[in-house]
Design a protein around this ligand. Structure first.
Ligand code: UD1
Length: 420
């Protein structure tokens, strides 16, 4: 599955033009898993064509569903689904496969899967998922790295208060609760737009979910769900990455087919760095100065705060800004792996625990680097686009997990970037 290809970028080409943003990866995965809750055909539009989506479709096929990606439309029929386990190699390929836990117990009253793999962003426990599902009557035993789940008396609603608004835990509870007996109330639920997207999708299948996007989500369990059609929201992290790419090159780019309010935690950072950001309906126009200014303090927070997934590309963009800025990473413990690649390109970054101090250099220069993870790889692309000379980025299979044809999209904007 992993490719040996690399990206070669000849930097310093000012980006200009228009880019249409792909569907959201982080919505696609739970939404595709939610198709298991119906015995009908579900049609999902605006699904990004990514390696993580392919893994999710392979899991669905393994479970006995038919699943077809045609352009950006996925058609799934789960009528014949007859397995409730996920093999280790599929679980390890993608951490988000844990999202199948809620979907499988909802469908079969049983699930067997191993602990998930995925990006190495520090410890990524699933204790909140398990605690909540246990409160809903699901018995879970953890043995030798695998989880055995069963709901001998069915799944029932519960009042669940999350100690942290975990995105994945909120999604798993919603999936398990949609057809549970009674009402589930999640307080301190995650408020990310992808949570609203999953709620909208489940509601179009016939679920009864209210409050998504606010701190408290109420799910009134219904007897059964039917198939339906749903369109995935635009990917706000891909949008932020392309905005960072435009800004790093002093460019002027129309970021199209987005929901500007989903970027409310990000736009002020671009403005503080000296960019002009104009919103027009479903697009924004970013116009960057020749040299960016440092942004004093960026703290990653749950939505609607500044997203942790945008931290690496925006750090890359600010590595050559005028002045010194501070990042505080509050969501994941090990999310500064991209800094060593940036340093190879001339960046000056000082790390201390969750804090990174970025002292802007006058320019970055091209170097041979490797993606440490998905967004860290995107950060190196942003750095390479703004750097003087040629950058070679290896291990780009990470980047392909989250960006649809990144080199083609950037080439259309005038970047000199190719995949070898
Ligand atoms: C999702 C996103 C990921 C994003 C993250 C935070 C998907 C597929 N991935 O990941 O891109 O960076 O939200 O916005 O949607 N935690 C626990 N126990 C748990 C669950 C989480 O301690 O049971 C901790 C995690 O270790 C982490 C923090 O909570 O430190 C946030 O995790 P969570 O919101 O669950 O992120 P994911 O759903 O894994």
């Amino acid at each position: 599955m992993f490719s040996v290809s690399k990206l070669i970028i000849d930097g310093r080409k000012r980006l200009s033009g228009r880019i249409e943003i792909q569907g959201a990866k982080n919505s696609a995965l739970p939404i595709l898993a939610s198709a298991l809750l119906t015995c009908d055909t579900s049609v999902i539009n605006n699904c990004p064509d990514l390696s993580d989506v392919e893994i999710t479709l392979n899991i669905l096929r393994y479970l006995g569903c038919t699943a077809q990606l045609d352009g950006n439309t996925v058609t799934i029929n789960s009528k014949c689904a007859d397995k409730y386990d996920i093999p280790d190699e599929l679980m390890r390929a993608m951490r988000s496969s844990i999202i199948f836990l809620g979907a499988l117990v909802a469908r079969f009253g049983m699930a067997r899967l191993s602990f998930p793999g995925g990006c190495e962003l520090g410890p990524r426990p699933i204790d909140l998922h398990l605690k909540a599902l246990r409160m809903m009557g699901i018995e879970i035993s953890e043995q030798h790295g695998s989880l055995e789940c069963s709901a001998p008396n069915g799944i029932h609603g519960a009042k669940i208060s999350l100690s942290f608004p975990s995105v994945g835990a909120t999604e798993n509870i919603m999936l398990a609760a949609a057809t549970a007996q009674g009402t589930t109330i999640i307080s301190n639920a995650a408020r990310e737009p992808e949570i609203c997207d999953l709620a909208d999708c489940l509601n179009s299948f016939g679920a009864n979910i209210s409050g998504a996007g606010e701190g408290t989500i109420i799910i009134d369990g219904v007897e059964a769900l039917n198939g339906a059609m749903h369109t995935i929201i635009p990917d706000r992290i891909a949008a932020a990455t392309y905005m960072a790419a435009a800004a790093a090159t002093g460019g002027r780019v129309l970021i199209d087919r987005i929901v500007p309010t989903h970027l409310s935690g990000i736009i002020p950072i671009f403005e503080e760095s000296g960019c002009t950001v104009k919103q027009r309906g479903n697009s924004i126009l970013i116009d960057a100065p020749n040299r960016l200014r440092a942004v004093k303090l960026i703290r990653t927070m749950p939505y609607p705060g500044f997203p942790t997934d945008a931290q690496p590309p925006i750090m890359a963009m600010l590595s050559s800004a005028k002045g010194t800025g501070i990042f505080v990473e509050n969501i994941f413990e090990n999310r500064y792996k991209h800094t060593s690649g940036l340093e190879r390109m001339g960046a000056r970054i000082y790390l201390e625990g969750k804090v990174a101090v970025v002292e802007g250099v006058s320019e970055l220069y091209g170097a041979r680097v490797a993606s440490p993870d998905l967004r860290g790889g995107a950060a190196l692309v942003v750095a390479g686009l703004g750097a003087c000379g040629v950058t070679e980025i290896n291990d780009i299979h990470y980047i392909d997990r989250g960006y649809e044809s990144i080199e083609l999209e950037l080439s259309k904007l005038g970047a000199s970037i190719k995949r070898l």
